[in-house]
Design a protein around this ligand. Structure first.
Ligand SMILES: CC(C)(COP(=O)(O)OP(=O)(O)OC[C@H]1O[C@@H](n2cnc3c(N)ncnc32)[C@H](O)[C@@H]1OP(=O)(O)O)[C@@H](O)C(=O)NCCC(=O)NCCS
Length: 140
């Protein structure tokens, strides 16, 4: 069974299943992963009750008044296609329902996934500083 939680109380680096940041050439370490989870305005985790490991997560960054951005959603490959990604997103959208702007960026092949959850297509702009893909070297 998968359990969902929106806090990090019982979570350490060792709780995070292997396989996150799949395909990233220069992924963040799991210490940095913990920082990402801690610093997010909200995060929701999917935990395998049997192993106690976190197998999926979604984060949001928000000003708490008008806007929120969903930067990261991932389910480790072994747990994909079981509805976990959909449930994490549904729960985050519910959590952000008092917020006017809720935005995210995704590849076109994932647009139907988000459309099913009530989001609509938009255009966006971005910068990627690839030298910092594993995390900021000198946090301010
Ligand atoms: C996207 C992701 C979170 C979905 O998680 P999941 O637990 O497998 O998703 P669910 O089981 O809830 O839903 C599966 C649905 O998503 C669709 N889907 C998942 N990944 C997809 C992809 N890359 N392209 C197109 N559709 C995709 C499946 O086809 C399926 O659709 P269906 O219900 O019509 O069959 C997961 O594939 C993942 O972690 N991918 C790598 C990271 C990523 O791309 N994150 C999104 C950043 S915007």
């Amino acid at each position: 069974m998968i359990q969902y939680q929106d806090h990090l109380r019982d979570i350490t680096e060792a709780s995070l299943a292997e396989g996150f940041f799949d395909g990233w050439p220069n992924p963040p370490s799991y210490a940095v992963f913990m920082q990402i989870l801690r610093n997010a305005s909200s995060c929701i985790l999917a935990k395998d009750e049997q192993t106690g490991k976190v197998v999926g997560f979604i984060t949001a960054l928000s000003d708490g008044v008008l806007t929120a951005y969903i930067p990261l959603l991932e389910v480790v490959p072994a747990y994909q296609k079981q509805g976990i990604g959909q449930e994490l997103t549904r729960r985050m959208i519910e959590k952000l329902k008092g917020i006017y702007m809720v935005d995210l960026l995704c590849d076109p092949d994932l647009q139907p996934f988000y459309e099913k959850l009530g989001m609509r297509k938009a255009q966006g702009m971005l910068i990627r500083n690839y030298e910092h893909q594993s995390g900021r070297t000198h946090p301010q």
